[in-house]
Design a protein. Structure first.
Length: 371
């Protein structure tokens, strides 16, 4: 039978992601709008972005946080262009964005000493092949495949290379071992449901030391330049951004951080994401026609949950269209390069009750198109 109850918020996109429950754009603190980001109020807001991020994520005291251009993609490319080339590189990829970093390293930077460790959608490469002497580039959570690394045991505490981690769909939803990560990137529009176009860059002292000691042989565009006069431009990590940010997006991000604090901090947002995953797991475990793309349970993402259906790709498209037409679920089709299926965002801004309401609709849609 066709379900009656619908999700209160049908937005299950994996980016930009759903706004937090109770979000109200009219409640944003907008005293910075129309003001220069270099003004006292602008600088103060951007300093808060850096300082409060470090506090809520419980970063080591000597780690730096900065706002950089061009979302997570810009942040990843900025740090790769700035520090790679001194050592051989291990790059791990098992979905589209990780493979983009392989392309950047091998074809754009044209580095020669590169080991690319690849796996198909739904699988994870052998992370133990990481050489602690090399620089290492990897995603923590494969947004387009629903596969995450379960831990960082494969990263040596005695490494001499840097670890560069694209964590855009993992930060605020998964426990990250900060002491093993030297450069971490993410964007606001994922787990916090923020706005796009801005990236976040977190650096360890080891990454800073590399920046100040090593100069790459290629030219760096202005938006990639972290150095000033031979030293790290500390202003970037104190609210003096490289280029002009949207102060409305900044206000939106600070509102999201307020919400995280009210929930109880990053432990609470991690818990919400894990509980949301359990809703989907319970549904999938009771039905033979739907499966996780990630077959190994501890490698399953608790944010970008990817599912396969026992039907042909055209019918999968019919299912996603039917759910959208019913106003039940928007933007849940698999990523264009991934196997046909569903991709449901389960990050902390998604209400558990909405996921519980969605599950019967998925079954109804599957039965409807497969009559």
């Amino acid at each position: 039978m066709k379900p009656i109850e619908k999700p209160h918020n049908p937005n299950f996109s994996s980016g930009p992601c759903a706004k937090r429950p109770g979000y109200d754009v009219t409640k944003l603190r907008i005293e910075t709008l129309g003001r220069s980001h270099r003004s006292s109020v602008g600088k103060q807001a951007l300093r808060q972005v850096c300082a409060r991020t470090a506090e809520i994520l419980q970063l080591p005291k000597d780690y730096r946080v900065g706002v950089v251009p061009a979302s997570d993609t810009g942040a990843v490319e900025l740090i790769m262009w700035s520090v790679l080339g001194e050592r051989p590189v291990d790059v791990f990829a098992w979905e589209s964005f990780g493979k983009d970093w392989v392309t950047d390293i091998t074809q754009q930077l044209q580095l020669k000493s590169v080991e690319s460790h690849l796996a198909s959608y739904g699988e994870l490469p052998d992370m133990n092949r990481c050489n602690p002497v090399n620089d290492t580039v990897f995603t923590w959570n494969g947004t387009t495949s629903g596969v995450r690394v379960p831990n960082a045991d494969w990263i040596s505490d005695d490494r001499t290379g840097l670890t560069i981690c694209d964590a855009t769909s993992a930060v605020f939803a998964m426990q990250l071992p900060w002491q093993k990560l030297d450069a971490v990137t993410y964007s606001w529009q994922k787990v916090l449901g923020g706005e796009g176009a801005h990236g976040m860059l977190i650096l360890s002292p080891r990454a800073v030391e590399r920046l100040e000691r090593y100069t790459p042989p290629w030219p760096l565009p202005k938006i990639f330049r972290l150095m000033k006069g031979g030293s790290l431009n500390e202003g970037i990590f104190q609210g003096a951004t490289i280029n002009t940010p949207s102060m409305l997006c900044v206000a939106d991000y600070l509102d999201a951080l307020d919400w995280v604090e009210r929930l109880g901090g990053v432990e609470a947002t991690i818990k919400k994401s894990e509980e949301n995953l359990r809703v989907v797991e319970s549904f999938v475990n009771q039905r033979p026609w739907i499966n996780f793309l990630a077959r190994v349970s501890d490698q399953r993402s608790n944010t970008s949950v990817c599912l396969t259906l026992d039907t042909d790709p055209l019918k999968v498209s019919e299912i996603t269209k039917l759910l959208a037409d019913e106003g039940v679920a928007y933007d849940i089709g698999a990523y264009r390069d991934a196997p046909a299926g569903l991709r449901i965002w389960c990050g902390a801004t998604v209400a558990q009750s909405d996921l519980e309401a969605l599950m019967p609709w998925i079954e109804w849609a599957f039965d409807t198109v497969n009559k």
